[in-house]
Structures are given as C-alpha cells and as structure tokens.
Ligand binder design. Structure first.
Ligand SMILES: Cc1ncc(COP(=O)(O)O)c(C=O)c1O
Length: 344
C-alpha cells in the first residue's frame, strides 16, 4: 500500500485563487529578463511589496528560495569547526543534518515542560551565549517540533544580552497559526536591534512549500554581518509574482488558518481525555505530544503500517509530532489514538 505522508507540517489546502490565476496568466515576456534585487537594471517587484507591507526599508529585505536558502547564506559565512550556532534543545532536524555535514558546531540551550507547555529556558540561552560566544542565535517561534513560541519580551531580553556582532535569527516559518501574535511588536524590534532577523516562509501558511519562497526582515546591520551581496541576477520572476499574489490573498489564508487552528484545538482537547498521550499546547499547524511508554509507541508504529494517510512523526524519547491540516485525517487519527488508549 502506498501511504500518503502528511506528517511534515506542510499545508495541504490549495493556494489562493489569486495565486492560481497568477500562474495561469503568467506572461511569457516576464521571463526574458533578469530581475536584480534592488537598484539594478530591472528590479525585483517582491522586495518593494514586502517593504511596503511591513513598513521597513527595501534595503532591509532579503528574499530567498525558501528559508533554507537564507540559512545556507548564513551558514556559508561561518568558519568550520571554529564558529558556533546556538539554538533550542529541541529544534528543526534540518539543522543537525546540515550543520553536521558542514562541520559547524551546534550548541543548544535548555527547554523544559511546564504544565501543558514546552518552554524555552531564556536564562539558559543567555548563559550559553555568554559562555560560548556563538556567531548565531537561532530560535524558531513557533518552534518545530514543540509548537511553543517566544514572547516579544523574552526575545528582547535575549537581544539586550547579545552583542551587535551576533546574528539573532527569529525563524517564523510557522507564522499565521497563533491568534494572539502581535506582529507590530516584533517588527518594532527591528528598529532597535540592528542584529535581528525575522525570517518568514511561504511554505506553511501560504501552502506553497513546493515553490520555495522565503524572506527575511532585517535589522540595519544584517547585510554587513552577512557580508551580503544582493543577488546580481535576482530571483525567479514567477516566484515573485506568486508570492505577491499570496500576500494579496490575506482573507483566503486567514480562513484556512482559522480552520487549522480550530482543528488543532479540537485535537488537543480530545487527546486530553486519553490516559496515555499528553499533548502540549501549540501555536503552529502541528501538535507535539508525549506518549506514555515505548511499548505504546511500538503499538502505534504497527498501527501506522495499516494507515493510508500518516500524519504523525515519531521523535526521540517517546515524543510524537502530529501535523494538523484536514479535519477528516485528524478525526481518523484520534480514533486510532482512542483505540490504542483503550488497550492500555
Ligand atoms: C522551523 C522551520 N524553519 C524552516 C523550515 C523550512 O522553510 P522553507 O520551506 O521556507 O525552506 C521548516 C520546514 O519544515 C521548519 O520547520
């Protein structure tokens, strides 16, 4: 049986009608030119759009082929074996794979469980920073895989304790699934801290993972710190047009986000009725949970082999991450958990 893997936190809803129309009506004459980033011969159209929406100078915007491309730009400037990156104890698995391959040291600060949440230990982050002087602090908020976020006050506390030569990257790949998020408060930090980057992706909220588009909103010193050279020949024009169409489809994407948020909260509430699974609160399109024992994990792994659609992903330590997207799959997965819970 060919299984459909839906456990990588992608958003499976269709992109907005405006995005689809942009693709359908894309003009061939738009591809016969280069589109330099800024101040070039024929300029990016996405950078001024982002600059306008977020109210920052176009010189403080970097666009990239997904966040991954931006990460590579950062990591390529680090010295092998010598430089450190500091991130949270539980983090995006790509970092381990890529940095290990590159020979760059990854340091972590502590996270802990408190009531129904995973929490970043901000004090430990500052302590590790002072001890090891990493070149980069990278925090995903909401964090993958734990789903918790860092408040603006906590981020500012970290920024106050870092030197301006340290790049602080706030990875907001999972932006859009937290109803309490105060965008203006985070944006205002960019004016105060020249070493801050707010990193965004079109992969999740805008359901465009396969297109590979991301952007960075940068404090004024970021391009210097990265020794960043604007892309001489620009980014792909079709991606720029698609990204603009997505940014202009807020109502459509808000609706999808609220459906996902509703589904997530329903899932968490339902799982709290079971004895063998402990879900943590989440601000993202996935839920992280603790499973009572390795034995139950084994039963789940067996059950997974018979499923057509897989939305759960096992992590170390009896932990499981569940991608929330379609109500139908969430409900089916709840039934599977209930069945296993009743057996134990
Ligand atoms: C925390 C985090 N950051 C970044 C990414 C990748 O983003 P992009 O698709 O824009 O490269 C992911 C993908 O799963 C992620 O989990």
């Amino acid at each position: 049986m060919k299984q459909l893997l839906m456990n990588r936190n992608e958003v499976f809803q269709r992109p907005s009608p405006k995005v689809l129309n942009t693709l359908k009506n894309f003009k061939a004459e738009h591809v016969n030119r280069y589109f330099d980033e800024i101040d070039g011969y024929y300029n990016s159209i996405l950078i001024p759009k982002i600059s306008k929406i977020f109210g920052i100078s176009d010189k403080q915007v970097i666009i990239s082929y997904g966040e991954e491309d931006f990460f590579r730009t950062v990591f390529e400037r680090l010295s092998l074996q010598k430089d450190f990156i500091l991130t949270s104890q539980l983090h995006y698995s790509y970092l381990d794979k890529y940095l290990y391959f590159k020979g760059i040291n990854l340091l972590t600060f502590r996270m802990y469980e408190k009531d129904k949440n995973f929490v970043f230990d901000v004090e430990d982050c500052i302590k590790q920073y002072q001890k090891f002087n990493p070149k980069v602090i990278l925090i995903a908020s909401p964090n993958n895989p734990t789903g918790n976020s860092l408040s603006v006050t906590e981020l500012e506390k970290i920024l106050k304790n870092t030197r301006v030569e340290t790049l602080v990257i706030f990875d907001e790949a999972y932006y859009g699934f937290d109803e309490g998020y105060n965008q203006q408060a985070f944006l205002s930090l960019l004016n105060k801290y020249a070493n801050l980057v707010l990193l965004r992706s079109f992969s999740k909220r805008y359901a465009l993972a396969g297109f590979r588009i991301g952007f960075a909103l940068c404090g004024v010193n970021i391009k210097n710190l990265l020794n960043y050279q604007n892309r001489y020949l620009g980014l792909s024009r079709i991606l720029e047009e698609v990204a603009i169409a997505a940014l202009e489809s807020e109502d459509y994407y808000k609706k999808i986000s609220s459906e996902i948020i509703g589904d997530r909260e329903y899932f968490i509430k339902s799982v709290r009725n079971f004895n063998n699974f402990k879900p943590f609160n989440s601000k993202a399109n996935f839920v992280f949970m603790r499973v009572a024992s390795g034995d139950i994990i084994k039963q789940m792994q067996d059950a997974f082999t018979k499923e057509e659609v897989i939305i759960g992903k096992f992590m170390d330590d009896n932990l499981l991450r569940v991608t929330i997207g379609y109500n139908e799959y969430t409900r089916k997965f709840l039934k599977l958990l209930e069945r296993i819970d009743n057996l134990n």
